[in-house]
Design a protein around this ligand. Structure first.
Ligand code: ADP
Ligand code: ZN
Length: 210
């Protein structure tokens, strides 16, 4: 099974990914996480992507398409989180899937009102080790898995106010058109992602079991 998570920044795609990957035995491909790892390892791709990411802008399509294509070849059931994010990425994905005799089963659209998104992003801290996110509060050590005890939670550069507004605008201009693209293919399933984490997981389960 191959599933795409589509939705604005802060809509909870990352949180639900951890649940879905375990439950449905999917291979998680998060383009944001891959890029952050490339940056911290100082690779050529990381160096190219960094300036776009800290501003809140999208990394050029071809870099992303090449990066994802390499990953797709390794797996037969994937959870795509953060990709595709533009129409040309979506077209490239269709082509790549057809070469690999793979198909998209569901596109889950995480719907959240935009004022709630800004609130969530500006309050969130991320784990450097496993990329889990937390609300800025009392939490000091990552407790996402028994194995992750990372003591340093940090505010992502692109969770600062200027970058948040650029990300929101890019989402509206470049990513939101994908809703029609997948709706026309009858793949789009809308999730009310303004509910609790468990309620969102339950909505997804109902769709996945169809
Ligand atoms: P969020 O969904 O919260 O914005 P991500 O971790 O998915 O965060 O992505 C962070 C950044 O990584 C994006 O703002 C962008 O710069 C880059 N990025 C991730 N995925 C893509 C993509 N498919 N195309 C272009 N840029 C991407
Ligand atoms: Zn962690």
């Amino acid at each position: 099974m191959n599933v795409i998570l589509l939705g604005p920044p802060g809509s909870g795609k990352g949180t639900q990914s951890s649940y879905l990957v375990k439950k449905y035995k999917l291979n998680h491909i998060s383009t944001g996480d891959i890029l952050r790892t490339e940056i911290s390892s100082g690779t050529k791709l990381g160096k190219q992507a960094r300036k776009y990411m800290i501003e809140g802008n999208l990394v050029p399509d071809q870099l992303i398409i090449d990066m994802v294509s390499k990953k797709l070849k390794k797996f037969d059931s994937v959870l795509l989180d953060g990709f595709p994010r533009t129409l040309s990425q979506a077209v490239a994905l269709d082509l790549e899937f057809s070469k690999l005799f793979m198909k998209i089963n569901h596109v889950l659209y995480f719907d959240v009102p935009s004022d709630e998104l800004i609130q969530r992003l500006s309050q969130r801290l991320s784990c450097r080790n496993c990329a889990s996110t937390f609300i800025k509060s009392e939490k000091i050590v990552c407790n996402s898995k028994p194995s992750c005890k990372e003591p340093e939670l940090y505010q992502r550069e692109d969770d600062k106010p200027d970058a948040i507004s650029i990300r929101m605008k890019n989402y509206t201009d470049l990513t939101a058109p994908l809703l029609d693209f997948y709706n026309d293919k009858n793949l789009m399933k809308k999730i009310d992602a303004n509910e609790s984490i468990n309620q969102v997981s339950n909505q997804i389960d109902k769709i996945m079991q169809i």
